[in-house]
Design a protein around this ligand. Structure first.
Ligand code: ZN
Length: 724
């Protein structure tokens, strides 16, 4: 396999050091969409090519870059890796190449696995310390690539922002990649959309050829501090994927007989553009990453009523009233948001607000046929002194917190100071506490909010690396102190693993329990959370435009059922505006977050009908159908639309929205995914146009024309096959 014309610098160095290289017959893993070929060189493994059937392969020019040293007692010791063919394995679904170092005694397993017959292939690297001494390992990327490209080939790069805070005006980024272009996207446990730093992305990127629109994508299944880069220069397209190396230098502890695993990544190939890639990836994500127990519930995604419409005022009387109204409206879960507890860190019902506790509230919800969910920010410490409270002044808890608190610190009404779950004692407390919450309050759903999973910590007696005291920044944001130092990525690595364990433990003990990842709205949207939670709040701003924008963005890569929109109070002078408001949150998981008792009779009746439509007709599409972004991203002014189409049933639905435009009364959307030769009946749910039949070809070429008389209104159009 030495025939590839151009070598990376490292490869030349390795060859020079090792002399004749070991080569074995390339191995291959294949799904319906993605074919990868690999080889094991003497000192490093290599991904050779990435390909989808019928299209040219992407050829990788460099072997994997493996760590070249570890630290022992503060001193750097070089590591020389040698391939161990006896320990390596290849099968139809998995390859693992094993490399070993004799001194220091280490084993590295380079693993790729196809967990489904379609979609991407996953990859991780495990480094084991086989010696009896503690070591410190530098950063091992999950994946590096250096594709050989035609310098003239026009390429497009696509990446997606998190909806954190408020979705920005762009969200879904599509840019032409030109020679000299360099890009980095980052993700962490908490996306800070600041004016001075770039917004966080969902850790994923896609590259496709312009015109043919075939290409590849790579994503990270981890919620800690990660990054992806890409750089195009002449005939090279290179980049790295994995833990974020900054602030440098990253080191992670390898205890004797311990191991370090890179975040799992996935790589997939596709043809026919980003929506085609998304339709494969969403299905793969659902079947490979998410919890199968959750999907067994036919009422997932679950139409929910959330108490935050009344803010912190929630109490027993209001809760019982909301339960009655939720049942009357046909909603399926009653969700108590912040405000129910004694205090931050003191997750027991407030005795004045809930004199009988929460269990009777849960029982009433269950009696009315509703599920019961609860908001908790379960890693926050404050000043509660009742038994069971996480008290920041308790010396034990003090050492769990990511930093010391100044004497004048006060918790906010529902935010305190984050503890580091990466510390085993803190993790054990959180594991018990979350289990107690679910058991004692009879929960069907547990939501976590706030800055839950640490990324940066001042402690030097936690399992993560110590911070660099000369290069450390501690700042306060929204009630909590944050630490940024060279250990931040390692802190997040340990804390995220603990967080995943806690969620896995809850799932094991409480089958059917749902877990909502809120994290102050849309700040922890990634493929690792998708594997350890059941749905995401996708933005912290809940007006119709923000909801549609956040859905438009996230639905490129994650199953639509997981994508939660909170529908908050919004000016609705006309009933058409009311429908528009509701439907802007009805494309994925629907949560109502307003006082439904304040709705008038007409609004009540319309909402009830919309929820019925959601449950009976829209939800099956949201769960199972392909999804197409058939308009530009919503801007609130012009028209926008999302199309679902289920090819198995040959059925679909279009959600169409008219923005504030006063002049554009009609708009045409070109549809996708239909059979051109088939005939479809178009059913306009609100009757904005008469129902009619039309050939698939016409909808795919000329499009579907909608007429809506009013700005800020909507229509839902169903497409059903006509038997011929
Ligand atoms: Zn720590």
């Amino acid at each position: 396999m030495r025939c590839i014309a151009s070598w990376g610098k490292l490869a030349i160095l390795l060859l020079a050091v090792s002399g004749a290289a070991f080569a074995e017959t390339p191995a291959q893993l294949q799904t319906a969409d993605t074919t990868l070929r690999f080889t094991a060189d003497a000192n490093a493994p290599r991904l050779l090519t990435l390909q989808t059937a019928g299209r040219p392969a992407w050829t990788n020019r460099a072997p994997e870059t493996l760590i070249d040293h570890v630290k022992v007692d503060g001193k750097s010791v070089p590591v020389k890796w040698e391939f161990n063919p006896q320990a390596s394995q290849t099968s139809a679904h998995k390859i693992s190449y094993v490399y070993e170092s004799s001194a220091p005694h280490l084993r590295l397993t380079w693993e790729w696995e196809a967990r489904a017959g379609y979609g991407p292939i996953e990859h991780k690297i495990r480094i084991e310390n086989l010696g009896s001494q503690e070591l410190w390992a530098p950063l091992q990327d999950s994946f590096r690539f250096d594709w050989q490209i035609d310098p003239q080939q026009p390429l497009e790069h696509i990446y997606i922002e998190k909806g954190a805070g408020t979705p920005s005006s762009e969200g879904t980024h599509r840019a032409v990649l030109q020679s000299g272009d360099k890009w980095e996207g980052t993700s962490s446990t908490y996306g800070h959309p600041g004016p001075y730093e770039p917004r966080e992305i969902i850790p994923w990127q896609l590259v496709q050829t312009q015109g043919a629109q075939d290409g590849w994508y790579v994503g990270i299944e981890f919620s800690g501090r990660t990054h992806l880069t890409i750089e195009r220069e002449k005939d090279s397209l290179q980049g790295e994927v994995g833990l974020n190396p900054n602030p440098a230098p990253f080191y992670t502890r390898l205890v004797a007989n311990g191991s370090f695993e890179t975040p799992t990544i996935f790589v997939g190939a596709f043809t026919s553009g980003a929506d085609a890639a998304g339709n494969i990836l969403r299905r793969w994500g659902r079947n490979v990453l998410t919890n199968p127990e959750t999907w067994k519930n036919p009422n997932y995604p679950t139409a929910t009523n959330n108490s935050w419409g009344s803010g912190m005022e929630i109490n027993e009387e209001l809760a019982l009233h909301m339960i009655r109204d939720s049942a009357e409206l046909g909603l399926e879960m009653f969700h108590i948001d912040a405000g129910w507890f004694r205090g931050v860190g003191d997750w027991y019902p407030h005795p004045q607000k809930f004199p009988h506790g929460l269990a009777p509230i849960a029982e009433e919800a269950h009696k009315q046929g509703l599920k019961f969910g609860l908001w908790v920010d379960w890693t926050q410490a404050a000043f509660g002194t009742d038994p069971g409270a996480l008290n920041a002044r308790d010396p034990k808890v003090k050492n769990w917190m990511v930093t010391d608190l100044p004497a004048d610190w006060e918790p906010e009404p529902f935010k305190g100071q984050t503890i580091d779950l990466g510390d085993p004692a803190a993790k054990a407390w959180a594991q018990n506490e979350t289990n107690r919450l679910v058991t004692d309050y009879h929960l069907d759903m547990l939501e976590h909010d706030g800055y839950l999973v640490a990324q940066g910590c001042i402690r030097d007696d936690h399992p993560h690396a110590a911070p660099d005291p000369f290069n450390m920044c501690v700042h306060k944001d929204w009630g909590s102190y944050w630490v940024l130092s060279s250990n931040s990525t390692d802190v997040s690595y340990h804390a995220v693993r603990a967080y995943y364990d806690i969620h896995s433990n809850l799932r094991k003990r409480h089958p059917g329990l749902m877990l909502e990842v809120c994290n102050d709205g849309g700040r922890m949207v990634d493929f690792g959370s998708a594997a350890h939670g059941d749905y995401f709040s996708i933005t912290d701003t809940y007006d119709p435009l923000s909801n549609r924008r956040a859905f438009y963005d996230t639905s490129h890569v994650l199953p639509a059922a997981m994508l939660e929109s909170y529908v908050e109070k919004w000016p609705v002078p006309k009933i058409e505006n009311f429908r528009y408001m509701l439907r802007s949150g009805m494309m994925g998981w629907l949560t109502i977050m307003q006082n439904t008792n304040a709705w008038d009779h007409q609004q009540h009746d319309v909402a009830k009908a919309e929820f019925q439509l959601y449950k009976s007709t829209l939800r099956p599409f949201i769960r199972d159908a392909d999804l197409y972004h058939i308009s530009p991203r919503p801007d609130g002014i012009h028209w926008d639309a999302i199309q679902y189409f289920d090819p198995k049933q040959d059925k679909g639905v279009v959600y169409a929205f008219r923005g504030t435009t006063e002049t554009e009364r009609s708009h045409t959307f070109v549809l996708q995914g239909l059979r051109p030769e088939a005939t479809y009946r178009l059913r306009f749910h609100d009757g904005s146009s008469p129902d009619r039949t039309v050939r698939g070809r016409e909808l795919l070429q000329k499009g579907l024309t909608l007429n809506l008389a009013l700005p800020l209104s909507s229509e839902i159009v169903f497409l059903d096959p006509v038997a011929r």
